[in-house]
Design a protein around this ligand. Structure first.
Ligand SMILES: Cc1cc2nc3c(=O)[nH]c(=O)nc-3n(C[C@H](O)[C@H](O)[C@H](O)COP(=O)(O)OP(=O)(O)OC[C@H]3O[C@@H](n4cnc5c(N)ncnc54)[C@H](O)[C@@H]3O)c2cc1C
Length: 348
């Protein structure tokens, strides 16, 4: 097996940098993500054991918003369908339990104790380390320029410096998917995002044991955040930050006052004890599909090529399980996981 990466492992030009990513069992986007999340979590824990390094932190998760919001109502539905432990808290109960949260009284919160975060860059590094230890070759700074099917049913892949022939090809190019899989230019669209870390005024309220990761449907947008970890700050972002569709070549990687203002707005209103100095900010990319569900499929007329793309800002938590699915699809031409929701044909 050969893995080709155009930059380094890890790097900060795609979608997976910035220390950590939330994982949530109470999946408001659709209940059918819950079994996939369970499998992904098992595989993250297996990876932790294999490399003897802590990669998963369980803090519990909060999904909050007005009672009829997708975030609150959808997470509750997933908990009920999949019999997940959870508690419903009003805003007073939430603040008493987790005092970093100060939500308005018309909001409700769902606490699910198994949520938390994965260390994304450490997990990528660990996955590559295990792959190499098991015989894989991994080459970095090797941009794939093009690939084409060969007459014998294999594929030829051309990079900046060489050419390879393989029986199977798996394409997971993130924001670059449209450049490698024709048809994805209009189905997997990159979007500029910004992450910020802010030094809490009361740091004791934003520790791992006192501040669960969150998703919050607020009038100002859908925010997500983390306790202090890695960078000395409370970490927060807004889904579809400033709604800036972009490309990997043209994305504005500079950070502006307006980027900080949109994050600080939520901190001031909902997490006032975190409203201290800015510690760090980063740009990153979502790659959005029209319905914000993933694309995982075999190319219609090329059964030797499988791809995964369009993770729409919520894919990292599943990366371990998606890797397993892709490997099965490439090797066995079959996966036991129901991935019909992620088919390319839903857009055809
Ligand atoms: C700010 C932000 C916050 C997020 N928060 C969460 C969260 O809390 N929880 C969650 O689950 N998800 C979250 N996500 C989404 C998640 O991080 C992404 O869905 C996931 O990282 C996408 O992984 P990917 O492998 O598709 O893309 P990437 O990680 O970008 O990987 C694609 C790789 O392909 C390489 N590549 C591309 N083209 C070529 C080529 N031609 N040749 C060689 N290599 C190539 C790229 O260099 C890159 O390394 C967030 C995303 C962002 C941006």
């Amino acid at each position: 097996m050969l893995g080709l990466e155009q930059f380094d492992i890890p790097h900060d030009k795609g979608s997976s940098h910035g220390v950590n990513r939330i994982f949530r069992l109470a999946y408001y986007e659709h209940p059918s993500y819950v079994p996939l999340m369970r499998r992904a979590r098992d595989l993250w824990i297996e990876l932790e054991t294999t490399v003897d390094e802590k990669l998963v932190y369980v803090t519990g998760s909060i999904d909050a918003g007005p009672p009829d919001s997708e975030v609150f109502a959808g997470s509750r539905e997933s908990c009920l369908i999949h019999a997940l432990d959870h508690e419903v808290l009003d805003s007073d109960q939430l603040t008493r339990r987790f005092p970093g949260y100060r939500l308005p009284e018309d909001m409700m919160a769902l606490f699910q104790p198994e949520g938390g975060f994965v260390l994304s860059e450490r997990a990528i590094e660990a996955q590559v380390r295990v792959a190499v230890a098991n015989g894989a070759e991994v080459e970095t700074r090797q941009p794939v320029r093009r690939w084409r099917p060969t007459p014998n049913g294999a594929v030829q892949v051309d990079t900046a410096t060489g050419s390879y022939e393989a029986g199977k090809l798996i394409i997971t190019a993130g924001a670059w998917a449209g450049a490698l899989v024709s048809g994805l230019e209009s189905l997997a669209i990159p979007e500029r995002q910004v992450l910020g870390w802010f030094q809490p005024i009361h740091a004791e309220l934003f520790t791992l044991d006192r501040f669960p990761v969150f998703n919050l449907a607020a009038p100002e947008g859908r925010y997500y955040g983390f306790p202090v970890f890695g960078v000395p700050g409370f970490k927060i972002g807004r889904y579809h930050h400033l709604e800036e569709a972009t490309t990997p070549d043209t994305i504005d990687r500079d950070l502006h006052d307006r980027d900080e203002a949109i994050l600080r707005l939520a901190i001031t209103r909902y997490f006032p004890d975190a409203d201290g100095p800015t510690m760090a900010m980063r740009t990153c990319m979502f790659t959005n599909t029209p319905d914000e569900h993933f694309l995982i499929d075999t190319l219609p007329d090329q059964p030797q090529v499988v791809f995964a793309a369009g993770f729409s800002g919520h894919g990292f938590k599943f990366a371990s399980a998606v890797g397993e699915i892709l490997a099965d699809m490439a090797q066995e031409r079959h996966t036991d996981t129901d991935i019909s929701m992620f088919s390319l044909s839903r857009f055809m």
